[in-house]
Design a protein around this ligand. Structure first.
Ligand code: DGI
Ligand code: FE
Ligand code: FE
Length: 210
């Protein structure tokens, strides 16, 4: 990987983010490094993707919409109605334009870090999972379990996060983006292929008679 000035990026991000978001960013950066060690990925590259993943997060929502329009970044109707989702697409764009990132794997990881997507690369998974488990996170469901799972089987951790996110959104807290659904369906088919038979069909039919 080309040499990037991580310290300069940190300084710029600290300036553009509130303190909480900056601390989250550092947490994601170091968690990406730890996952890269576990899964034999380039540590520097994973750290850089983690550092930049939320670089567009603190731009006000109205400005996110305007910037996407200005730079011809395609938006879905769901994104227009929920512009916070755009920090992933806009972040990928800014990583290239403002931070000089040319590495396609890093850009892709930033792009998919909020919704996930089908068939994610290892770096996509590292950033997606690190974003959810970094030490400062404390609200999400099943965090202790997902944190352990992340270091045992990253695909299972990814699937669990997608599944918990859909459940959380389904409780009425948010409109589900098409990409989140596609990502879940892909990993569901990949990791739970047997579940097409519901547990009831597999059980002894006489059990139901008792
Ligand atoms: O930017 P962060 O807060 O660090 O993390 P993130 O970019 O993963 O965003 C997390 C939020 O995004 C979390 O509250 C769940 C939400 N989210 C993920 N997929 C969807 C979604 N929200 C909506 N409305 N629809 C989705 O499909
Ligand atoms: Fe984010
Ligand atoms: Fe984040």
């Amino acid at each position: 990987m080309k040499n990037y000035d991580m310290k300069a990026y940190q300084k710029k991000l600290k300036h553009e983010m509130d303190e909480g978001r900056y601390q989250h960013t550092l947490g994601v950066m170091y968690t990406c490094a730890a996952l890269a060690m576990r899964y034999d990925y380039d540590i520097q590259k994973a750290q850089l993707a983690g550092l930049l993943h939320d670089c567009a997060k603190c731009i006000p929502n109205g400005k996110k919409l305007k910037l996407c329009e200005k730079h011809n970044i395609q938006m879905t109707e769901t994104e227009r109605r929920n512009p916070f989702l755009l920090h992933a697409k806009l972040g990928a764009f800014l990583a290239m334009e403002q931070y000089g990132i040319q590495d396609k794997e890093i850009v892709s990881a930033i792009l998919s870090h909020t919704t996930g997507k089908p068939n994610m690369s290892l770096l996509d998974k590292i950033v997606y999972v690190a974003d959810y488990i970094e030490p400062k996170r404390n609200k999400a469901a099943n965090l202790p379990k997902v944190r352990k799972l992340a270091f045992l089987d990253i695909d299972q951790a990814l699937y669990k996060i997608l599944s918990d996110t859909l459940e959380y959104l389904g409780k009425g807290s948010g409109e589900i983006d098409e990409m989140t659904r596609k990502a879940y369906d892909y990993y569901h088919a990949k990791l739970q292929p047997q579940s097409e038979n519901s547990p009831k069909e597999l059980s002894d039919p006489q059990e139901d008679m008792k």
